[in-house]
Design a protein around this ligand. Structure first.
Ligand SMILES: [Zn+2]
Length: 244
């Protein structure tokens, strides 16, 4: 599928979010980064930071400290680590603890987004995450009494309900026929993108999204709304943490 290609790299994590180990061939390796023919390293985007991990080859280990998106997908080696030359077959491993935490956190943010829109009708204006902690910005003119506690309770009710989180790829026209997609993403999906990846928390929240997610809301764990900050006129920042 064309949407799963970045430059010369087939992005394996888009079709299989649980893939952590894979084999690949090095196409290019420079001090700027290592290009593989296939990769399950999430390169970062949509507020979700890039994966870490390792490449194993000929008895040597190259730690991967991040990913850079250019014409190709560049895996950034840890400083001082050996670099596999082009043509090398490597066994790669995505750091599981970090990625799994990011999947729970990312899905948690979508639950938050869905709950706040359903209950208060206000759109998301931004967001960011680290493993097990995140923030999301909303356009909410007035903060009703008990807002923080109510949002937390409603989010956790959606987790207990164990809603399925489906990922599918739709042609652009079909994707933008879904009202929720227009609300969350019209401006964020470049015009040249023909296939749109949809992340659907069934019955709660549907978004155009390139990130990695858990399979159902129960796998998120527990959401705590740690703080509601006012950053200016109508600009509210919610800080959340995820726990077991
Ligand atoms: Zn997302």
């Amino acid at each position: 599928m064309t949407t799963d290609l970045h430059g010369r790299t087939q992005r394996l994590e888009l079709a299989d979010q649980n893939l952590r180990d894979f084999e690949a061939v090095v196409l290019d390796a420079t001090p700027e980064g290592i290009v593989l023919n296939r990769s399950a390293f999430y390169p970062g985007g949509g507020g979700q930071p890039a994966d870490h991990g390792v490449l194993l080859w000929q008895g040597v280990e190259t730690r991967i400290a991040g990913v850079r998106k250019g014409d190709d997908l560049y895996l950034i080696p840890a400083e001082g680590d050996p670099i596999p030359p082009a043509g090398t077959v490597v066994t790669a491993a995505v750091a599981d603890e970090r990625r799994s935490a990011l999947m729970r956190t990312h899905s948690g943010l979508h639950v938050l987004c869905g709950v706040v829109f359903r209950e208060y009708g206000c759109p998301v204006t931004g967001g960011n995450m680290e493993p097990m902690t995140a923030r999301m910005d909303f356009n909410l003119p007035e903060v009703p009494p008990g807002f923080k506690e109510a949002v937390e309770e409603l989010c956790n009710a959606e987790i207990v309900a164990d809603r399925r989180i489906d990922v599918r790829v739709l042609p652009r026209d079909e994707a933008f026929a879904i009202p929720d997609i227009i609300r969350t993403a019209t401006n964020l999906v470049p015009a040249e993108v023909q296939d749109v990846r949809i992340v659907d928390i069934v019955g709660l929240d549907t978004q155009a999204d390139g990130g990695t997610h858990v399979a159902s809301t129960k796998q998120i764990g527990r959401i705590k709304v740690a703080k509601v900050e006012s950053k200016g006129r109508g600009f509210r920042r919610l800080r959340i943490t995820i726990s077991d």
